[in-house]
Design a protein around this ligand. Sequence first.
Ligand code: FES
Length: 199
Amino acid sequence: MSWKTLDRHTPQFDSEAPPLIGAALKQKILNFVPRYETSLAALLPALHMAQETLGYLSDQALVEIARILDIPPSRVLDTASFYTHYWRKPRGRKVVMVCRSISCEVTGGREVLAECKRLLGIDEHETTPDGEYSLVTEECLAGCDHGPCMLVGEKLHKHVRPEQVKDILADPNNDRIDGPRSSLYDGLKTDGKKTETAE
Ligand code: FES
């Protein structure tokens, strides 16, 4: 393993660029601050809100969040780069997550991941050039007794075989392949009851 030296002195974006975080989003973030003892504690929701609005967390967005919360930019970068659900690069329209935990590992998760990589032509944490798919691995998708599992958007595919990956990925809006789903990912009916699922 070799250390990679990071250049902390050259600005990574145009400091004269117009702000990415507009007044409405800034206020939304500030509304969270009084809930906590310190503004640092509002960092996770602030990052989520910024990502939801901007699509991903660029260097400029991180610096703006640091200013809004009055905390060092390094703390914001540390946090944003630690959690896999924060995106530091543009993410695809469909996010494909393949489980890498033990139950899925022993039931063929590696082969499913390899097939995803082969078909998409990208590695983990990369996005296809057309911006359609991003591929990540994740610790446990809450379907351990139905491995191997992969999640596309919010739809969980269980018992996935490598030869099924092509159809799952090709499903245009991720709603045609009618595989079994985890009740955890099904929405609530308007009457507040859980949707029935076929297991
Ligand atoms: S181990 Fe894969 S879903 Fe839990």
